[in-house]
Design a protein around this ligand. Structure first.
Ligand code: GUN
Ligand code: ZN
Length: 434
Protein backbone atom coordinates (compact mmCIF):
# COMPACT_ATOMS: atom_id res chain seq x y z
CA UNK A 1 0.00 0.00 0.00
CA UNK A 2 1.54 3.28 -1.15
CA UNK A 3 0.51 6.26 0.95
CA UNK A 4 1.24 9.84 -0.15
CA UNK A 5 0.88 13.07 1.81
CA UNK A 6 0.66 16.21 -0.33
CA UNK A 7 1.55 19.25 1.76
CA UNK A 8 0.12 22.54 0.47
CA UNK A 9 -2.68 25.01 1.05
CA UNK A 10 -5.87 23.11 0.33
CA UNK A 11 -9.33 24.32 -0.68
CA UNK A 12 -12.39 22.24 -1.41
CA UNK A 13 -16.14 22.64 -1.16
CA UNK A 14 -18.79 20.75 0.80
CA UNK A 15 -21.74 22.73 -0.61
CA UNK A 16 -22.67 25.95 -2.44
CA UNK A 17 -20.93 28.97 -0.83
CA UNK A 18 -23.77 31.27 -1.99
CA UNK A 19 -26.07 29.26 0.27
CA UNK A 20 -23.87 28.16 3.15
CA UNK A 21 -21.16 30.86 3.28
CA UNK A 22 -18.07 29.84 5.25
CA UNK A 23 -19.62 26.46 6.13
CA UNK A 24 -19.61 25.56 2.42
CA UNK A 25 -15.86 25.00 2.17
CA UNK A 26 -12.73 23.86 3.97
CA UNK A 27 -9.52 25.81 3.62
CA UNK A 28 -6.27 24.70 5.22
CA UNK A 29 -3.51 27.29 4.84
CA UNK A 30 -0.90 24.68 5.84
CA UNK A 31 -2.78 21.60 4.79
CA UNK A 32 -2.28 18.02 3.72
CA UNK A 33 -4.08 15.62 1.44
CA UNK A 34 -3.58 11.90 2.10
CA UNK A 35 -3.94 9.57 -0.88
CA UNK A 36 -3.82 5.78 -0.89
CA UNK A 37 -4.42 3.63 -3.98
CA UNK A 38 -5.80 6.55 -5.96
CA UNK A 39 -8.38 7.50 -3.32
CA UNK A 40 -8.63 10.33 -0.81
CA UNK A 41 -8.04 9.03 2.70
CA UNK A 42 -7.96 12.33 4.56
CA UNK A 43 -7.61 16.06 4.16
CA UNK A 44 -6.88 18.59 6.90
CA UNK A 45 -4.26 20.57 8.79
CA UNK A 46 -0.70 19.45 7.94
CA UNK A 47 0.50 19.18 11.56
CA UNK A 48 -2.16 16.73 12.63
CA UNK A 49 -2.01 14.65 9.45
CA UNK A 50 1.80 14.44 9.47
CA UNK A 51 1.61 13.01 12.99
CA UNK A 52 -1.19 10.60 12.09
CA UNK A 53 0.40 9.40 8.84
CA UNK A 54 4.10 9.03 9.59
CA UNK A 55 4.29 6.15 7.12
CA UNK A 56 3.34 8.41 4.20
CA UNK A 57 5.73 9.64 1.54
CA UNK A 58 5.62 13.45 1.64
CA UNK A 59 5.30 15.53 -1.54
CA UNK A 60 5.97 19.14 -0.73
CA UNK A 61 3.86 21.76 -2.50
CA UNK A 62 4.09 24.39 0.25
CA UNK A 63 3.22 27.87 -1.04
CA UNK A 64 0.85 26.43 -3.64
CA UNK A 65 -2.87 25.59 -3.52
CA UNK A 66 -4.40 22.17 -4.10
CA UNK A 67 -8.00 22.05 -5.32
CA UNK A 68 -10.03 19.14 -6.70
CA UNK A 69 -9.45 18.48 -10.40
CA UNK A 70 -11.63 20.83 -12.41
CA UNK A 71 -14.61 19.57 -14.40
CA UNK A 72 -15.69 20.84 -17.82
CA UNK A 73 -19.31 19.94 -18.60
CA UNK A 74 -19.33 20.78 -22.32
CA UNK A 75 -16.52 20.51 -24.84
CA UNK A 76 -15.88 19.06 -28.32
CA UNK A 77 -12.63 17.10 -28.70
CA UNK A 78 -12.77 17.18 -32.54
CA UNK A 79 -12.80 20.99 -32.46
CA UNK A 80 -9.27 21.59 -31.15
CA UNK A 81 -8.29 23.04 -34.53
CA UNK A 82 -11.58 24.94 -34.98
CA UNK A 83 -10.70 27.26 -32.10
CA UNK A 84 -10.16 30.90 -33.25
CA UNK A 85 -12.10 30.64 -36.55
CA UNK A 86 -12.89 34.18 -37.62
CA UNK A 87 -16.01 36.12 -38.32
CA UNK A 88 -19.13 33.96 -38.06
CA UNK A 89 -22.01 33.31 -35.69
CA UNK A 90 -23.26 29.81 -34.87
CA UNK A 91 -24.92 28.44 -38.01
CA UNK A 92 -22.32 29.79 -40.50
CA UNK A 93 -19.54 28.88 -38.10
CA UNK A 94 -20.79 25.28 -38.08
CA UNK A 95 -21.09 25.10 -41.87
CA UNK A 96 -17.87 26.93 -42.76
CA UNK A 97 -15.44 25.69 -40.13
CA UNK A 98 -16.78 22.99 -37.86
CA UNK A 99 -18.36 20.46 -40.19
CA UNK A 100 -15.33 20.33 -42.54
CA UNK A 101 -13.01 19.85 -39.54
CA UNK A 102 -15.17 17.06 -38.10
CA UNK A 103 -15.06 15.20 -41.43
CA UNK A 104 -11.45 14.24 -40.70
CA UNK A 105 -12.51 12.04 -37.77
CA UNK A 106 -13.62 9.36 -40.14
CA UNK A 107 -9.93 8.43 -39.96
CA UNK A 108 -9.38 6.64 -36.64
CA UNK A 109 -5.64 7.44 -36.56
CA UNK A 110 -6.36 11.13 -36.89
CA UNK A 111 -9.05 10.88 -34.21
CA UNK A 112 -6.54 9.17 -31.87
CA UNK A 113 -3.93 11.83 -32.52
CA UNK A 114 -6.37 14.65 -31.67
CA UNK A 115 -7.88 12.77 -28.71
CA UNK A 116 -4.40 12.49 -27.16
CA UNK A 117 -3.64 16.13 -27.88
CA UNK A 118 -6.98 17.16 -26.37
CA UNK A 119 -6.54 15.18 -23.13
CA UNK A 120 -3.04 16.57 -22.67
CA UNK A 121 -4.40 20.11 -23.05
CA UNK A 122 -7.11 19.46 -20.45
CA UNK A 123 -4.61 18.01 -17.97
CA UNK A 124 -2.26 20.96 -18.51
CA UNK A 125 -5.17 23.18 -17.47
CA UNK A 126 -5.99 21.18 -14.32
CA UNK A 127 -9.16 19.68 -15.81
CA UNK A 128 -9.54 16.00 -14.96
CA UNK A 129 -13.13 15.29 -16.04
CA UNK A 130 -15.08 16.53 -19.06
CA UNK A 131 -18.34 15.85 -20.86
CA UNK A 132 -17.22 15.57 -24.44
CA UNK A 133 -18.74 15.49 -27.93
CA UNK A 134 -17.19 13.14 -30.48
CA UNK A 135 -18.17 13.34 -34.14
CA UNK A 136 -20.78 11.39 -36.07
CA UNK A 137 -18.14 8.65 -36.59
CA UNK A 138 -18.23 5.92 -33.96
CA UNK A 139 -14.48 5.40 -34.34
CA UNK A 140 -13.95 8.96 -33.02
CA UNK A 141 -15.50 7.87 -29.72
CA UNK A 142 -13.49 4.65 -29.60
CA UNK A 143 -10.35 6.73 -30.16
CA UNK A 144 -11.34 9.12 -27.39
CA UNK A 145 -12.16 6.47 -24.79
CA UNK A 146 -9.00 4.52 -25.63
CA UNK A 147 -6.92 7.66 -24.97
CA UNK A 148 -8.83 8.41 -21.76
CA UNK A 149 -8.57 4.82 -20.56
CA UNK A 150 -4.79 5.00 -20.99
CA UNK A 151 -4.66 8.05 -18.71
CA UNK A 152 -7.30 6.65 -16.32
CA UNK A 153 -9.22 9.95 -16.56
CA UNK A 154 -12.94 10.03 -15.72
CA UNK A 155 -14.52 11.16 -18.98
CA UNK A 156 -18.00 11.23 -20.48
CA UNK A 157 -18.25 11.07 -24.28
CA UNK A 158 -20.71 10.17 -27.01
CA UNK A 159 -21.07 9.74 -30.75
CA UNK A 160 -22.86 12.67 -32.36
CA UNK A 161 -26.24 11.75 -33.83
CA UNK A 162 -27.13 13.92 -36.85
CA UNK A 163 -29.26 12.88 -39.81
CA UNK A 164 -30.25 16.15 -41.52
CA UNK A 165 -29.27 19.78 -42.19
CA UNK A 166 -25.60 18.90 -42.41
CA UNK A 167 -23.29 17.97 -45.30
CA UNK A 168 -23.81 14.54 -46.80
CA UNK A 169 -20.36 13.43 -45.61
CA UNK A 170 -21.35 14.01 -41.99
CA UNK A 171 -24.84 12.52 -41.59
CA UNK A 172 -25.96 9.17 -40.22
CA UNK A 173 -29.47 7.66 -40.10
CA UNK A 174 -31.77 7.05 -37.13
CA UNK A 175 -31.02 3.33 -37.35
CA UNK A 176 -27.24 3.49 -37.53
CA UNK A 177 -27.11 6.27 -34.91
CA UNK A 178 -29.02 3.89 -32.65
CA UNK A 179 -26.95 0.77 -33.33
CA UNK A 180 -23.62 2.62 -33.20
CA UNK A 181 -24.55 4.34 -29.92
CA UNK A 182 -25.76 1.05 -28.44
CA UNK A 183 -22.54 -0.68 -29.43
CA UNK A 184 -20.48 2.13 -27.86
CA UNK A 185 -22.54 2.09 -24.66
CA UNK A 186 -21.99 -1.67 -24.34
CA UNK A 187 -18.27 -1.25 -25.00
CA UNK A 188 -17.49 1.81 -22.87
CA UNK A 189 -20.15 2.85 -20.36
CA UNK A 190 -18.81 2.29 -16.84
CA UNK A 191 -15.72 0.58 -18.21
CA UNK A 192 -13.11 1.76 -15.70
CA UNK A 193 -13.77 5.49 -15.33
CA UNK A 194 -15.43 5.97 -18.75
CA UNK A 195 -19.08 7.00 -19.08
CA UNK A 196 -21.32 7.33 -22.12
CA UNK A 197 -23.57 10.22 -23.20
CA UNK A 198 -26.25 9.88 -25.87
CA UNK A 199 -25.42 12.85 -28.10
CA UNK A 200 -27.94 14.26 -30.59
CA UNK A 201 -26.07 17.37 -31.83
CA UNK A 202 -29.12 19.70 -31.59
CA UNK A 203 -32.72 19.75 -32.76
CA UNK A 204 -31.76 21.23 -36.15
CA UNK A 205 -29.66 18.22 -37.18
CA UNK A 206 -31.93 15.40 -36.00
CA UNK A 207 -35.25 14.19 -37.41
CA UNK A 208 -38.14 13.13 -35.19
CA UNK A 209 -37.17 9.52 -35.88
CA UNK A 210 -33.64 10.08 -34.65
CA UNK A 211 -34.66 11.98 -31.50
CA UNK A 212 -37.01 9.09 -30.78
CA UNK A 213 -34.05 6.69 -31.02
CA UNK A 214 -32.12 8.88 -28.56
CA UNK A 215 -35.06 8.60 -26.14
CA UNK A 216 -35.14 4.83 -26.57
CA UNK A 217 -31.45 4.57 -25.70
CA UNK A 218 -31.98 6.58 -22.50
CA UNK A 219 -34.84 4.28 -21.49
CA UNK A 220 -32.80 1.15 -22.17
CA UNK A 221 -29.71 2.46 -20.37
CA UNK A 222 -30.93 4.66 -17.48
CA UNK A 223 -27.42 5.37 -16.16
CA UNK A 224 -26.09 6.93 -19.38
CA UNK A 225 -26.07 10.70 -19.93
CA UNK A 226 -27.68 12.94 -22.51
CA UNK A 227 -25.79 15.91 -23.96
CA UNK A 228 -26.96 18.36 -26.60
CA UNK A 229 -27.24 22.08 -27.37
CA UNK A 230 -30.19 24.40 -26.75
CA UNK A 231 -31.14 28.06 -27.33
CA UNK A 232 -27.66 29.30 -28.08
CA UNK A 233 -28.37 31.65 -30.97
CA UNK A 234 -31.52 33.50 -32.08
CA UNK A 235 -31.38 32.24 -35.70
CA UNK A 236 -31.00 28.70 -34.35
CA UNK A 237 -34.08 29.12 -32.12
CA UNK A 238 -36.15 30.41 -35.08
CA UNK A 239 -34.97 27.49 -37.26
CA UNK A 240 -35.99 24.98 -34.57
CA UNK A 241 -39.41 26.64 -34.33
CA UNK A 242 -39.87 26.24 -38.10
CA UNK A 243 -38.78 22.57 -38.01
CA UNK A 244 -40.99 21.64 -35.03
CA UNK A 245 -44.10 23.86 -35.34
CA UNK A 246 -46.09 21.73 -32.90
CA UNK A 247 -43.57 22.11 -30.06
CA UNK A 248 -44.33 24.67 -27.34
CA UNK A 249 -40.71 25.85 -27.40
CA UNK A 250 -37.16 24.55 -27.99
CA UNK A 251 -36.95 22.48 -24.79
CA UNK A 252 -40.31 20.91 -25.58
CA UNK A 253 -38.77 19.30 -28.70
CA UNK A 254 -36.37 17.35 -26.50
CA UNK A 255 -38.99 16.78 -23.80
CA UNK A 256 -41.34 15.19 -26.30
CA UNK A 257 -38.78 12.44 -26.95
CA UNK A 258 -38.01 11.80 -23.27
CA UNK A 259 -34.61 13.47 -23.27
CA UNK A 260 -34.97 15.42 -20.00
CA UNK A 261 -33.64 14.02 -16.74
CA UNK A 262 -31.06 14.51 -14.01
CA UNK A 263 -28.28 13.26 -16.29
CA UNK A 264 -29.23 15.55 -19.19
CA UNK A 265 -26.91 18.48 -19.93
CA UNK A 266 -28.07 21.24 -22.27
CA UNK A 267 -25.29 23.53 -23.46
CA UNK A 268 -25.91 27.30 -23.56
CA UNK A 269 -29.63 27.94 -22.83
CA UNK A 270 -29.19 31.65 -23.35
CA UNK A 271 -32.59 32.39 -24.91
CA UNK A 272 -34.79 30.09 -22.80
CA UNK A 273 -38.28 31.21 -21.74
CA UNK A 274 -39.85 30.94 -18.25
CA UNK A 275 -41.75 27.75 -19.16
CA UNK A 276 -38.48 26.12 -20.18
CA UNK A 277 -36.85 27.13 -16.88
CA UNK A 278 -39.75 25.60 -15.01
CA UNK A 279 -39.51 22.37 -16.98
CA UNK A 280 -35.73 22.13 -16.44
CA UNK A 281 -36.28 22.57 -12.71
CA UNK A 282 -39.01 19.91 -12.65
CA UNK A 283 -36.90 17.34 -14.46
CA UNK A 284 -33.56 18.16 -12.79
CA UNK A 285 -31.86 18.67 -16.16
CA UNK A 286 -29.07 21.25 -16.23
CA UNK A 287 -27.81 24.09 -18.40
CA UNK A 288 -24.11 24.31 -19.19
CA UNK A 289 -22.85 27.92 -19.18
CA UNK A 290 -20.14 28.45 -21.81
CA UNK A 291 -19.02 32.08 -21.46
CA UNK A 292 -16.00 32.17 -23.79
CA UNK A 293 -18.04 30.52 -26.55
CA UNK A 294 -21.08 32.74 -26.01
CA UNK A 295 -18.91 35.86 -26.32
CA UNK A 296 -16.78 34.56 -29.20
CA UNK A 297 -19.75 33.44 -31.35
CA UNK A 298 -21.75 36.54 -30.38
CA UNK A 299 -24.49 34.29 -29.02
CA UNK A 300 -25.48 36.42 -26.03
CA UNK A 301 -25.20 36.69 -22.26
CA UNK A 302 -26.54 33.87 -20.09
CA UNK A 303 -28.73 35.32 -17.32
CA UNK A 304 -27.21 33.38 -14.43
CA UNK A 305 -29.18 35.29 -11.77
CA UNK A 306 -32.46 34.11 -13.32
CA UNK A 307 -31.24 30.50 -13.35
CA UNK A 308 -30.41 30.87 -9.65
CA UNK A 309 -33.77 32.47 -8.90
CA UNK A 310 -35.69 29.84 -10.86
CA UNK A 311 -33.59 27.06 -9.28
CA UNK A 312 -32.42 25.71 -12.61
CA UNK A 313 -29.31 23.56 -12.16
CA UNK A 314 -26.35 24.89 -14.10
CA UNK A 315 -22.68 24.12 -14.58
CA UNK A 316 -19.79 25.85 -16.33
CA UNK A 317 -17.85 24.78 -19.40
CA UNK A 318 -15.40 25.82 -22.10
CA UNK A 319 -17.20 24.63 -25.27
CA UNK A 320 -13.93 24.48 -27.21
CA UNK A 321 -13.87 25.08 -30.27
CA UNK A 322 -16.70 27.68 -30.04
CA UNK A 323 -14.99 28.47 -26.75
CA UNK A 324 -11.57 30.06 -26.87
CA UNK A 325 -9.66 28.41 -24.02
CA UNK A 326 -9.22 24.97 -22.47
CA UNK A 327 -8.60 26.65 -19.13
CA UNK A 328 -11.44 26.62 -16.60
CA UNK A 329 -9.69 29.54 -14.86
CA UNK A 330 -10.01 31.60 -18.05
CA UNK A 331 -13.59 30.34 -18.43
CA UNK A 332 -14.39 31.63 -14.91
CA UNK A 333 -12.71 34.93 -15.79
CA UNK A 334 -15.05 35.38 -18.77
CA UNK A 335 -18.05 34.16 -16.73
CA UNK A 336 -17.34 36.97 -14.26
CA UNK A 337 -17.46 39.48 -17.13
CA UNK A 338 -20.68 38.03 -18.59
CA UNK A 339 -22.23 38.55 -15.15
CA UNK A 340 -20.77 42.06 -14.84
CA UNK A 341 -22.36 43.07 -18.17
CA UNK A 342 -25.74 42.24 -16.60
CA UNK A 343 -25.09 43.87 -13.22
CA UNK A 344 -24.60 40.44 -11.59
CA UNK A 345 -21.77 39.19 -9.37
CA UNK A 346 -19.95 35.89 -9.53
CA UNK A 347 -17.75 35.55 -6.43
CA UNK A 348 -14.40 33.73 -6.54
CA UNK A 349 -15.63 31.10 -4.07
CA UNK A 350 -18.78 30.44 -6.11
CA UNK A 351 -16.65 30.28 -9.27
CA UNK A 352 -14.31 27.62 -7.89
CA UNK A 353 -17.27 25.76 -6.38
CA UNK A 354 -18.85 25.61 -9.85
CA UNK A 355 -15.66 24.36 -11.50
CA UNK A 356 -15.35 21.53 -8.96
CA UNK A 357 -18.20 20.28 -6.73
CA UNK A 358 -20.95 22.24 -8.49
CA UNK A 359 -20.15 20.73 -11.87
CA UNK A 360 -19.76 17.28 -10.29
CA UNK A 361 -23.26 17.59 -8.81
CA UNK A 362 -24.85 18.42 -12.17
CA UNK A 363 -23.24 15.23 -13.54
CA UNK A 364 -24.31 13.20 -10.49
CA UNK A 365 -20.64 12.43 -9.88
CA UNK A 366 -20.23 14.19 -6.52
CA UNK A 367 -19.97 10.80 -4.78
CA UNK A 368 -16.75 10.24 -6.75
CA UNK A 369 -15.12 13.56 -7.73
CA UNK A 370 -15.30 17.32 -7.16
CA UNK A 371 -14.23 17.38 -3.50
CA UNK A 372 -11.79 15.73 -1.10
CA UNK A 373 -14.47 13.78 0.74
CA UNK A 374 -12.99 10.53 2.14
CA UNK A 375 -13.14 7.75 -0.43
CA UNK A 376 -13.36 10.07 -3.43
CA UNK A 377 -11.13 9.51 -6.43
CA UNK A 378 -7.96 11.54 -5.92
CA UNK A 379 -8.10 13.88 -8.92
CA UNK A 380 -6.54 17.24 -8.09
CA UNK A 381 -4.78 20.29 -9.44
CA UNK A 382 -1.88 22.18 -7.83
CA UNK A 383 -2.20 25.93 -8.44
CA UNK A 384 0.85 28.20 -8.51
CA UNK A 385 0.53 31.73 -7.11
CA UNK A 386 3.81 32.64 -8.81
CA UNK A 387 3.05 31.45 -12.33
CA UNK A 388 4.00 34.76 -13.98
CA UNK A 389 5.67 37.97 -12.79
CA UNK A 390 2.31 39.76 -12.93
CA UNK A 391 0.62 36.99 -10.90
CA UNK A 392 3.40 37.23 -8.30
CA UNK A 393 3.07 41.02 -8.08
CA UNK A 394 -0.71 40.93 -7.77
CA UNK A 395 -0.74 38.04 -5.27
CA UNK A 396 1.74 39.91 -3.07
CA UNK A 397 -0.84 42.71 -2.72
CA UNK A 398 -3.75 40.34 -1.92
CA UNK A 399 -4.64 40.12 1.77
CA UNK A 400 -7.59 37.75 1.93
CA UNK A 401 -8.29 34.30 0.52
CA UNK A 402 -11.04 35.81 -1.65
CA UNK A 403 -8.62 38.32 -3.14
CA UNK A 404 -6.03 35.63 -3.84
CA UNK A 405 -8.57 33.35 -5.50
CA UNK A 406 -10.02 36.17 -7.56
CA UNK A 407 -6.59 37.16 -8.87
CA UNK A 408 -5.92 33.49 -9.66
CA UNK A 409 -9.14 33.33 -11.71
CA UNK A 410 -8.62 36.60 -13.58
CA UNK A 411 -4.89 36.19 -14.29
CA UNK A 412 -4.56 32.39 -14.28
CA UNK A 413 -4.44 29.97 -17.18
CA UNK A 414 -2.48 26.81 -17.99
CA UNK A 415 0.69 28.50 -16.65
CA UNK A 416 -0.92 28.57 -13.19
CA UNK A 417 -1.24 24.78 -13.05
CA UNK A 418 1.92 23.45 -11.42
CA UNK A 419 0.70 19.85 -11.58
CA UNK A 420 -2.36 17.71 -12.19
CA UNK A 421 -3.05 14.34 -10.56
CA UNK A 422 -5.41 11.69 -11.88
CA UNK A 423 -6.56 9.05 -9.37
CA UNK A 424 -3.45 9.78 -7.30
CA UNK A 425 -0.99 9.65 -10.20
CA UNK A 426 0.84 12.68 -11.54
CA UNK A 427 -0.48 13.25 -15.06
CA UNK A 428 1.08 16.65 -15.69
CA UNK A 429 3.85 18.57 -13.98
CA UNK A 430 5.68 21.80 -14.67
CA UNK A 431 8.26 20.90 -12.02
CA UNK A 432 11.21 18.76 -12.97
CA UNK A 433 11.66 17.43 -9.43
CA UNK A 434 8.38 15.45 -9.46
N1 GUN B 1 -24.76 23.70 -31.82
C1 GUN B 1 -24.74 22.57 -32.60
N2 GUN B 1 -23.48 22.13 -32.75
C2 GUN B 1 -22.68 22.98 -32.08
C3 GUN B 1 -21.28 23.05 -31.87
O1 GUN B 1 -20.49 22.21 -32.35
N3 GUN B 1 -20.83 24.08 -31.11
C4 GUN B 1 -21.68 25.00 -30.57
N4 GUN B 1 -21.17 25.98 -29.82
N5 GUN B 1 -22.98 24.96 -30.76
C5 GUN B 1 -23.50 23.96 -31.49
ZN1 ZN C 1 -20.96 22.78 -28.00
Amino acid sequence: MLKHLYRSSILHFLSDPDINGHDAYEFFEDGALIVVDGKVVDCGAANALMTAHQDAEIIDYQGKLIIPGMIDTHIHFPQCEVIASYGEQLLDWLNNFTFPAERQFEDKDYASHIANFFLDELLKCGTTTAMVFGTVHKQSVDAFFEASQKRNTRMICGKVMMDRNAPEFLVDTPECAYTDSKELIERWHEKGRQLYAVTPRFAITSTNEQLDKAGQLLKQYPSVYLQTHISENKDEVAFVQSLFPAAQDYLDVYDHFGLLGRRSVFAHGIHLQPREHKRLRETGASVSFCPTSNLFLGSGLLDVATLEKEQVAYSIATDVGGGTSFSMLQTLNEAYKVCQLQGQKLSPLKSLYLATLGNAKTLELDDKIGSFKRGNEADFAVLDFNSTPLMTLKQSRCKTLDEKLFAMIILGDDRAIAATYVAGKCAHSKLTSI
